[in-house]
Design a protein around this ligand. Structure first.
Ligand SMILES: C[S@@+](CC[C@H](N)C(=O)[O-])C[C@H]1O[C@@H](n2cnc3c(N)ncnc32)[C@H](O)[C@@H]1O
Length: 274
């Protein structure tokens, strides 16, 4: 797909820019800079809310996830120097933007099912396109079109990512371990990371991908109460925070909290159908 400027005719003023596919379908680029490629019957997935995105952006601005972003960027740029890089469930576009900063020859695609997310992603990086789509419904990408793909705390759809990756492409996946934010789970009744998550990830990837390497990124973060509130607000526990809000005030002013994430690299399995 390529961006195409519509000739300036008065009746087309409302449609500043569109994307056209080879079959002649056209998709408007929204005023906020993203394109909706949600297809078929409307999806039930709505993704993160605007409030969750605000909390995530505020927390990321504090810099506490820089070691995770550095590990993801280093892992991706060790194998991908140019071409298209997709982030599935891109949220604020924080990780994709860092990968693009480190790979001047690459172009980014930030895909998310939440409108507030793709609005942010449209501003995340000058070389990133923002696409509203449901990753579980199939990726709106040609077979083998991607040099790299990224999923950080986000959905993966391994079959579809494998189809869209070039045979020598890489999929970098960051998942929390059960120690991630462990100090907050009981005091704030947050949702616990499934201790079986790692095994489930391997099982979901099997048949589509082969593991290349894995690294653990684990470190303490000194968080104040406002930062802890952002963490609660940006995650799955955001839906059950009434009680947690009250418990927040019972926490010390500053708290040491563990960040613990596995950054795994995969290559498409031999024989992946494209
Ligand atoms: C936990 S957030 C992580 C966001 C970002 N990767 C980060 O770490 O800052 C998960 C993101 O996945 C998106 N998401 C959830 N289900 C999705 C789906 N089916 N298709 C695309 N995005 C989805 C959510 O809207 C949300 O932005």
């Amino acid at each position: 797909m390529r961006a195409q400027r519509v000739p300036e005719e008065p009746e087309l003023e409302a449609y500043d820019r569109v994307l056209r596919c080879g079959y002649g379908h056209s998709f408007d680029i929204a005023r906020q800079g993203y394109v909706s490629l949600l297809t078929g019957a409307s999806t039930k997935m709505t993704g993160d809310t605007a409030a969750m995105l605000d909390a995530r952006a505020a927390f990321q601005r504090g810099g506490h996830f820089i070691p995770i972003a550095d590990a993801v960027t280093h892992t991706m740029t060790a194998c991908v120097r140019a071409g298209a890089v997709l982030e599935v469930g891109a949220g604020t576009g924080y990780y994709l933007a860092r990968v693009l900063d480190a790979t001047p020859q690459a172009l980014g695609i930030a895909l998310d099912v939440a409108k507030p997310a793709v609005r942010r992603c449209a501003r995340a990086h000058p070389r990133a396109a923002a696409v509203l789509a449901d990753a579980w419904r199939g990726l709106p990408l040609r077979d083998g079109a991607l040099a790299g793909a990224l999923s950080v705390f986000a959905p993966r759809n391994p079959g579809e990512v494998a189809r869209a990756l070039a045979p020598d492409g890489r999929f970098v996946v960051a998942t929390p371990t059960e120690r991630h934010l462990g100090e907050l789970i009981d005091p704030l009744s947050m949702v616990r990371v499934d201790p079986d998550k790692d095994r489930r990830l391997d099982a979901a990837m099997a048949g589509h991908f082969e593991p290349v390497e894995q690294r653990l990124v684990e470190y303490p973060m000194a968080l104040d109460r406002a930062e802890v509130a952002h963490i609660v607000g940006m995650g799955p526990s955001a839906h059950h925070t009434t009680a947690a809000d009250e418990r927040l005030t019972g926490l010390p002013q500053t708290l040491e909290v563990t960040a613990s994430v596995l950054v795994s690299t995969y290559r498409p399995a031999v024989g992946t159908v494209r």
